[in-house]
Design a protein around this ligand. Sequence first.
Ligand SMILES: Cc1cc2nc3c(=O)[nH]c(=O)nc-3n(C[C@H](O)[C@H](O)[C@H](O)COP(=O)(O)O)c2cc1C
Length: 407
Amino acid sequence: MSNLTNKRIVLGVCGSIAAYKSADLVRRLKEMGAEVRVVMTQSAGEFITALTLQTLSHNPVHQYLLDCDSESNMSHIELARWADIVLIAPCSANFMSKLAQGMADDLLSTVCLATRAPIVYVPAMNNVMWENKATRENVITLQKRGFVRFGPASGDQACGETGLGRMLEPVQISNQLIELFQPGLLQDKNIMITAGPTQEDIDPVRFISNRSSGKMGFAIAQAAREAGANVTLVCGPVKLTTPQGVNRLDVRTADEMKSVVMENINTTDIFISAAAVADYRPETVATKKIKKAASKLDLKLIRNPDILSLVTNEPVPPFTVGFAAETDNVRENALAKLNSKSLDMIAANEVGKEQGGFDSNENALSIYWQNGEQQLPMANKNTIARQLMTIITEKFREKSSANNALI
Ligand SMILES: Cc1cc2nc3c(=O)[nH]c(=O)nc-3n(C[C@H](O)[C@H](O)[C@H](O)COP(=O)(O)O)c2cc1C
C-alpha cells in the first residue's frame, strides 16, 4: 500500500468535540511517513491540548497569529509555503464559514488564505448545523473554489442526535488523503456517465418519469474523478450537487440524453449508463394542457432511442457498462441484457425492496461480465461506487492490453 512519505501536512484542528480524533490522525499520518505541523484554533485548545498534538507530531504546535515568538519561529507565510496540503480535521461549522468568506482573523484561516497548497476540510458538527442553509451555501462556495471535502459521515453524534455531520474516522481520512496524492489509475481517461431519470412530456405541464434519484450515477462520477479520469456527467432532472471537477451536462428527455451522449461518444474511453432512461414517450405532445373532459384518456406511447445499443454499435465502441434495475430474476435479466446489447459489463440491482435501489443512500450490486461476476453487498452508495470503479478499471485495462496485443 502506498504511503505519505515526506508529504508535508499542515493539520488544522478546530473547536469540535471530534478534536480528540485528531490525536489518532496525527499518529497515523506520522506512521505513513508524513511530516505534520499542527495549527490549532483558540477553541480547539478547549477540546485537546497542544502538548498531546506536539508530542505525537514531533513538532511545535502553532496557535497564535499576532505573536512575536510564533512569527519569528515559523511565520504564517512560512507555514503556508511549507505545506504540500492543508488538512482541516475536524473542521467546525464556524471555520467553514470563515473559509467561505475568505477571513484571516486567526492563524489557521490566515494560513489557508496564504497557501497555494490544496485545502482539504473534514466537517464535524451536529446534524442540524450541517443541514443549516448557511452551512449548505458554504459547502457550495467551497466546492466552487476548489476546496476538497472528506465526509461527513452519518451516525450517532456526541450531542445525542443521529444524522449526517460526524467526522470521518482517522483511518478513512488518511486513506482518502493517500488517494488524493496518488495519480489515479484512470489518469487522462475520458469517462462519460449518465444519471437520473428522464422526463417525457405529455403536455406543457405533465410528463412521464420514474423514481431514479441520480445518487448512484453521481457517486460513480465522483469515484471516477477520484481515480483521475476526466468525467462528463449527463444527467436528467435531479436535485444533487455536482461532484467536484466533474463536467455536468443537464438534459430532460431521453432524446436529449441520446443527442448529448452521441455528440461526445467519439472521445469517450469508458461509458457508464446509470440513468433510468424512459423506454417509452407519448407519441404526440399536446401543445396545450389536456382538459379533464373525457372520463377516459388513452395515451399512445412509442419507443425511445436505446442509447446503450447506439453506443455499442459505434464502429469503435468505448468500454461500456450498463445498469439493470430489476424487480425479479435479477441474474437472468442482467445476463440477457449483457449479451443482447454487447456490453462489457452490467451492474444489476434489485429495486422495489425496502432497502437500497432508487433514492436510497445505500445500494447492493451484482456485477456481471463475460465469464465473471462479483457481488457488492449493501453499503453506502459512495463505497459501492468506488468498488464498482475498481472492477471497471481492472476490466478496462485488461481489455485495452488485449486490444493492444492484437495490433
Ligand atoms: C461541547 C461543545 C462541542 C462542540 N462541538 C462542535 C462541533 O462538533 N462542530 C462545530 O462546528 N462546533 C462545535 N462547537 C461549537 C464551536 O466550538 C464554536 O462554534 C467555536 O467558535 C468554533 O471555533 P473555531 O472554528 O475557531 O475552532 C462545540 C461547542 C461546545 C461547547
